[in-house]
Ligand binder design. Structure first.
Ligand SMILES: NC(=O)C1=CN([C@@H]2O[C@H](COP(=O)(O)OP(=O)(O)OC[C@H]3O[C@@H](n4cnc5c(N)ncnc54)[C@H](OP(=O)(O)O)[C@@H]3O)[C@@H](O)[C@H]2O)C=CC1
Ligand SMILES: O=C1CO[C@H](CO)[C@@H](O)[C@@H]1O
Length: 381
């Protein structure tokens, strides 16, 4: 569309998320033609020039940088997209805000709530648009769950249950740290499954069911020592391999959350179930276009769990895609977040979750880790 205004993107980090976001930028205007803005892939930054250039050529970025400070200093960058390991989010975001750039930051927002506070102060002082990529909110079935809850169809909520299960660190010979395995090093990641996986479950839960007030958690590190890629020596493992916690929500409901990288057979199984007074819903990332729904008001002779295939045009986001019955996937959640961000730039409305919204998840993660450490219930915040 010739009338769309360009929004110049500076992407920092060209790994897994660099690819999902780039795909989102490239596809968004074809499927959301009404948007006033069009992302332009202006520059990508990584520390390795050769690999960064390879990525730029493949995804058609106009230029590369090998120092994120140079990317932020450029006048031709409007929005900075942070796709680097967690320990760099705060420094990059604060510098980007001070340079007046809009910011899209990967999750978790920061290493800890203190960093999160400084990031919020920076974006709010600069008055720049900001969002955090908690992308699962934008699975149509998850957005539909939000709609059903907000319409009051579940009534009073009693229970919220969520799991995020993986199995990729079971091998005790897997090293820790360095470029590929930064998730196993608390200095780079902040924490293990709590900040990496439970953060998604917490973000969705707070969005769907409101604030979490207090938590009681346990964590475990099953493999205590691993070879560190940077030192070449066996070193203590500093992250949580598994975490489970109980919590209270402000609305009086009870929560039960579990995450691990030691659930043999599960690669990325994110599920949640919510039980209300009138109805229950459940969702499973492996079948992401389905929302299961049980309505007690149904006639008893046909009452049961319905499997709602979220592909009709009246489901959230689905009028943008194919025809009823044909589904979409993981990558579309990022297209949706880009679309919502561009819309927010146009209207001046926040694009959820903002840094301030995402800080709530940071605070819950902090309370969870503290509760596990002290073996006591902890209040959030
Ligand atoms: N929303 C979601 O569902 C997901 C979110 N994430 C989050 O996204 C972020 C990135 O994860 P992921 O993409 O998997 O990580 P990867 O390890 O795949 O990629 C990280 C990238 O960051 C670059 N990088 C690292 N340090 C710097 C630096 N100082 N300056 C510039 N570039 C740097 C690396 O390139 P080089 O080494 O050349 O510098 C690499 O391109 C994390 O915060 C993670 O938690 C990840 C997966 C899913
Ligand atoms: O959603 C996710 C899937 O798993 C990744 C790790 O393997 C996470 O980093 C990510 O946030």
């Amino acid at each position: 569309m010739p009338n769309q205004k360009p929004l110049n993107i500076g992407l920092i980090g060209y790994g897994f998320m660099g690819r999902t976001h780039s795909n989102g930028y490239k596809r968004v205007n074809d499927f959301f033609p009404e948007l006033a803005y069009r992302p332009v892939l202006k520059a990508v930054c990584g520390r390795t020039a050769e690999k960064t250039q390879e990525f730029a050529d493949q995804w058609q970025y106009e230029s590369i940088e090998t120092d994120w400070r140079k990317l932020i200093a450029r006048d031709d960058i409007d929005a900075v997209d942070i796709c680097t390991p967690n320990n760099s989010h705060a420094e990059i975001a604060i510098a980007a805000a001070e340079a007046g750039k809009m910011i899209l930051c990967e999750k978790p927002l920061a290493l800890n709530p203190e960093e999160g506070e400084r990031m919020i102060a920076a974006v709010e002082k600069a008055g720049v648009a900001n969002t955090v990529w908690y992308n699962y909110r934008r699975v149509p079935a998850v957005s539909l769950a939000k709609q059903l809850i907000d319409e009051g169809r579940l009534g009073r909520i009693f229970h919220y249950r969520a799991n995020f299960l993986q199995d990729w660190t079971i091998n005790e010979d897997l090293p820790q740290g360095g470029a590929a395995l930064w998730r196993l090093d608390a200095k780079a990641a902040g924490s293990g499954v709590t900040g990496d996986l439970l953060a998604h479950c917490i973000d969705t839960a707070v969005w769907l069911n409101g604030s979490i007030t207090d938590v009681s958690a346990m964590t475990e590190t099953f493999v205590k020592e691993r070879m560190h890629n940077e030192t070449g020596k066996m070193e203590p493992v500093t992250i949580d391999d598994a975490c489970a916690f109980l919590c209270h929500f402000g609305n009086g409901s009870l929560g039960l959350f579990e995450s691990t990288r030691y659930a043999r057979g599960h690669k990325a199984l994110y599920t949640f179930e919510i039980n209300g007074e009138h109805a229950s819903i459940r969702w499973d990332l492996h079948d992401l276009h389905r929302l299961e729904y049980f309505d007690h008001a149904d006639d008893s002779i046909v009452r049961g769990w319905r499997s709602v295939h979220c592909t009709d045009g009246d489901m959230p986001y689905m009028d943008k895609w194919w025809v009823p019955g044909l589904q979409i996937g993981y990558e579309h959640t990022f297209v949706h977040q880009v679309a919502d961000f561009l819309k927010s730039v146009e209207t001046g409305e926040p694009c959820n979750p903002t840094f301030r919204d995402a800080q709530e998840t940071q605070q819950v993660c902090d309370a969870v880790l503290e509760s596990a450490r002290t073996r006591q219930w902890k209040n959030v915040g």
